[in-house]
Ligand binder design. Structure first.
Ligand SMILES: [Zn+2]
Length: 270
């Protein structure tokens, strides 16, 4: 005759006893010679807690601004010689300023140390980098940022370099990033995440978090705020200099436009 087990597994190795069995064992335990003996009162509460706890309920994951520590993903750079040759020959390599913007973009060739430096920090598993651009933002944005970091450094007798962190910022592109790679063209709409930042830098007025602009230490965190373009599935992420006087613990939020200066644009797909 088949017997019914009195236990079930939670999937995490903990054995949960069914209520009747818990009740019975609460008052009786097995002695060293195998015979049932009364369980002392002081042991009952301990036994009950050990055997009758239900597994924690599973709560759905809701995308929110990340404040919890994120485990850094292993760095996988899809930059084989074959892929590098493909990306370098597939697009504009001369510096250009897309129509409707005042920012100059320079394609970084995959053979350059700068490409290796950026790509090696881009630790998103299975990401295929299609292009990395170095950015020369309009002078008024650069000047405001430079003045702000001088001021913040001066307050704590530090240096502008020490109070500036290079962080990731993922965004959504309304226009096809492939047009930027191949033709140097963008839609130029400030409501397009790609174009808005290219035109005017990071702006609190474009924040999706009540005026706060979020930046992350790890690209994997910022990847959660990118969206694949509907046609080409390409995603866009900026590397931004952010004035932040203390150490960065995974993410930084600022509500000052001039605390930020976009430095690189990475176009990739997963
Ligand atoms: Zn656009």
């Amino acid at each position: 005759m088949a017997t019914q087990s009195n236990t079930s597994s939670t999937g995490h190795g903990k054995i949960i006893l069914k209520p009747y069995y818990v009740f019975k064992r609460l008052f009786t335990k097995t002695s060293v010679d195998g015979s049932p003996v009364p369980r002392p009162r002081k042991e009952r509460k301990k036994f009950f807690n050990k055997t009758s706890k239900s597994p924690a309920p599973i709560t759905p994951v809701v995308p929110v601004p990340v404040t919890a520590p994120i485990i850094s993903a292993p760095i996988i750079v899809q930059n084989t010689a074959e892929h590098a040759a493909e990306t370098d020959s597939n697009g504009i390599v001369e510096p250009f300023t897309p129509s409707g913007t005042q920012t100059t973009l320079s394609r970084i060739l995959s053979t350059s140390p700068e490409y290796t430096q950026v790509a090696s920090t881009f630790g998103i598993p299975n990401a295929k980098i299609m292009a990395i651009f170095s950015l020369e933002m309009p002078s008024e944005i650069k000047d405001a940022h430079a003045a702000h970091k001088e001021e913040e450094a001066g307050k704590i007798q530090s240096t502008p370099e020490a109070v500036t962190k290079r962080l990731f910022h993922g965004t959504k592109s309304t226009c096809d990033p492939n047009n930027l790679i191949k033709k140097g063209e963008v839609c130029g709409n400030v409501l397009c995440g790609l174009c808005g930042i290219l035109k005017v830098g990071n702006k609190t007025t474009s924040s999706r978090c009540n005026g706060g602009m979020w930046f992350a230490q790890h690209a994997n965190t910022s990847n959660g705020y990118t969206y694949p373009h509907a046609g080409t599935l390409l995603r866009v992420m900026y590397l931004v200099d952010v004035v932040h006087v203390t150490n960065v613990a995974y993410t930084v939020c600022t509500n000052k436009d001039h605390a930020t200066l976009p430095r690189h644009l990475v176009i990739y797909k997963l």
